[in-house]
Design a protein around this ligand. Structure first.
Ligand code: DGP
Length: 123
């Protein structure tokens, strides 16, 4: 499958500094910032700086350095936000079935309260 990246998506604008964000941490290849509509006391989005649409795109085409940097950043966010003790959830929505709203790979890091079961049973 060919991936088409839309550089007008909101996270591309954040990466270009066109829209402000509440940064949690930044590394060479990764930015982590607070979700504008938090669904838990801690709700951080972790994104690669490169133009990747979703997780499988990133896994296929990102460099080893980007992949290592991104995964370490997710772990560093967990630590920086104090989630190691109480636990947390990471989610990455992709495409239509995943109800992905912003077509730039992002991992949600959620915690700070009991999060309930992973999915609600549906049809
Ligand atoms: P998803 O459905 O996984 O694509 O979630 C997209 C998330 O992005 C959603 O939780 C709200 C968040 N979001 C959308 N626009 C902005 C924005 O301009 N700034 C920030 N910080 N978060 C945003």
């Amino acid at each position: 499958m060919a991936y088409t990246y839309d550089d007008q998506n909101i996270f591309a604008k954040i990466l270009r500094g066109e829209i402000p964000n509440a940064t949690v941490l930044e590394t060479e290849h990764t930015l982590a910032f607070r979700d504008i509509q938090p669904q838990a006391p801690v709700h951080v989005l972790v994104i690669p700086k490169g133009p990747y649409v979703c997780y499988d795109h990133f896994a296929l085409e990102a460099s080893d350095a980007e992949i290592v940097d991104f995964n370490r950043a997710v772990g560093d966010v967990v630590k920086a936000e104090g989630l190691q003790e109480g636990g947390y959830r990471i989610i990455s929505n992709a495409g239509e079935a995943g109800v992905q709203e912003v077509p730039h790979l992002h991992v949600h890091v959620l915690g700070g309260r009991g999060l309930g079961r992973m999915l609600q049973r549906a049809g």
